[in-house]
Design a protein around this ligand. Structure first.
Ligand SMILES: *Cc1c(COP(=O)(O)O)cnc(C)c1O
Length: 383
C-alpha cells in the first residue's frame, strides 16, 4: 500500500508529465567550459552560465586547491561564530572596489542573498516593487519580508512610476528590485531611468546583476552602463561568469554593517567554503587582465542574433521563444540529436505561452560552434 505522501508526489508527477512540465536532472560531466558528456555522448553546451569558462580555468582551479590546502575544505560555522576568514575580507574589498561601493558582504549563494536581503530592508508595513520578470529568489525574498508586493511591467519605467505613485505614500519604506540582466530574456534593465524614478519616490533600488558581472560593459556589470544611476544595493553572484559559487552585495559601509548583524542568511548559515572565495579572487584577476575574454560571450551571441535576424543580443543570453512547453521540448530534443545542448525553459520559470530555448554563450565557444547552433535553430524560428 502506498503512503499518502508518496501518492501525493506521484499524482503531481503524473500531472506535470502530462503537461510537458516535468523536470528531470540528467547525469552530465562538464569536461570544460563548453563540452559536456552525457550517456557516453559528447555535446556542445549552450546551457551553462559559465560565460567565461572560468570554472575550468587553470589559475582559478589552482587557487581553489591552494585554499583548501591552507584553510581546509569548509568554513566551520557562521562567520559570526568562527570569526571572519582572511579570504572573505579580501574578496569583499575586491568586490566593493569593482562596484565603486564602500563595502561588500558575501553570501553562500545568490538565492540566499536575495532571500535574506529583502526582508532586512522591508517589513510588513513597507512596499516592495518588483519587475514582473525578476528572478524567482527576488520574489521569494519579497514574500518573506511580509511587505506589500507590487509588480511592474517588464522594464517599463512609466509603469514603475505609476505603481509608486499609487502605493508609495502609505508605506514607511519602499524597495524596488530588478535584475540588471534578465536571466531568461537576456535584456538589460534601464537602470538610469529606474534610478531616477526611485529617487523621486524615495524608494531604495536593489539590482541583481548575476548575469552582468564579467560579461556586460567592462565586465564590472550593468550599473556601470548607467553612470547616472544610483543603485543602493548592488547584488550579484559568483556562480555565473565568476565560475564558482557564492554571491555578494555591495553598498555603503553602514548598510553592509547592518546586513552583517541582521540578515538571517548571513547569520544563521555557514560561511562560504574558503576555496570558493579564493577561486572568485582568481577569477576576478583573469577578468581584469583579459578584456577580450569579457567581450567574447556577447560577440558570440550577436553572431547568432545577426544571422537569425533577431534583436541584437545585449548580454550572453539569447531566448528563442517558441510558445508552448511541448514545442520547446521538441526543439531541445532536435538540437540534442545534432550534438547541441540548449535547455528548454518552461513555466513556471517563464510565463505561460513563452516556453523557449535559452541559449547561453561563452568565451569558450568557437565561431564554428555558434554557426552549428545557428543552423540548428533556424528551422524552429518560423514555427
Ligand atoms: C542564478 C541567479 C540567482 C541565484 O544565484 P545562485 O548563486 O545560483 O543561487 C539569483 N538571481 C539571478 C538573476 C540569477 O540568475
Amino acid at each position: 500500500m502506498t503512503d499518502t505522501l508518496t501518492a501525493f508526489a506521484q499524482g503531481k508527477l503524473d500531472q506535470l508529465s502530462a503537461a510537458s512540465l516535468l523536470r528531470t536532472i540528467k547525469p552530465t560531466h562538464r569536461m570544460d567550459g563548453v563540452v559536456v558528456e552525457r550517456d557516453g555522448r559528447q555535446f556542445i553546451s549552450f546551457s551553462c552560465n559559465d560565460y567565461l569558462g572560468l570554472s575550468h580555468h587553470p589559475e582559478v582551479k589552482a587557487a581553489a586547491i591552494r585554499a583548501i590546502e591552507t584553510y581546509g575544505a569548509g568554513a566551520g560555522a557562521s562567520r559570526l561564530v568562527t570569526g571572519d576568514h582572511p579570504l572573505f575580507a579580501e574578496l569583499e574589498a575586491r568586490l566593493a572596489a569593482l562596484k565603486g561601493a564602500e563595502a561588500a558582504c558575501i553570501f553562500g549563494s545568490g538565492y540566499l542573498a536575495n532571500v535574506g536581503l529583502i526582508p532586512t530592508f522591508a517589513g510588513p508595513n513597507d512596499l516592495v516593487v518588483v519587475d514582473e520578470l525578476a528572478h524567482a529568489c527576488i520574489w521569494t525574498g519579497a514574500k518573506l519580508s511580509g511587505a506589500q508586493i507590487v509588480s511592474f511591467r517588464h522594464n517599463d519605467v512609466a509603469d514603475l512610476a505609476a505603481k509608486l505613485a499609487e502605493h508609495r505614500a502609505g508605506a514607511p519604506k519602499a524597495l524596488v528590485a530588478t535584475d540588471g540582466v534578465f536571466s531568461m530574456d537576456g535584456d538589460i534593465a534601464p537602470l538610469g531611468e529606474i534610478s531616477r524614478v526611485c529617487q523621486a519616490y524615495d524608494a531604495w533600488l536593489m539590482v541583481d546583476d548575476a548575469h552582468g558581472l564579467g560579461v556586460v560593459g567592462d565586465g564590472s556589470g550593468t550599473a556601470k552602463l548607467f553612470p547616472e544611476a544610483r543603485v543602493d544595493l548592488q547584488m550579484g553572484t559568483l556562480s555565473k561568469a565568476i565560475g564558482g559559487y557564492g554571491a555578494y552585495v555591495c553598498a555603503t559601509r553602514p548598510v553592509i554593517d547592518f546586513i552583517k548583524t541582521r540578515t538571517r542568511t548571513v547569520i544563521y548559515t555557514t560561511g562560504l567554503p574558503p576555496a570558493n572565495a579564493a577561486a572568485a579572487l582568481a577569477a576576478l584577476d583573469v577578468i581584469a587582465r583579459e578584456p577580450e575574454r569579457v567581450s567574447a560571450p556577447i560577440a558570440r551571441a550577436r553572431r547568432l542574433t545577426t544571422a537569425l535576424n533577431l534583436p541584437p543580443a545585449e548580454s550572453a543570453v539569447v531566448p528563442i521563444v517558441l510558445g508552448e512547453a511541448d514545442l520547446a521540448l521538441a526543439a531541445a530534443r532536435d538540437l540534442e540529436a545534432k550534438g547541441l545542448l540548449a535547455v528548454a525553459i518552461r513555466p513556471p520559470t517563464v510565463p505561460a505561452g513563452t516556453a523557449r530555448l535559452r541559449l547561453a554563450f561563452s568565451s569558450e565557444h568557437t565561431e564554428a560552434h555558434v554557426d552549428q547552433l545557428i543552423e540548428a535553430v533556424r528551422p524552429w524560428l518560423n514555427r
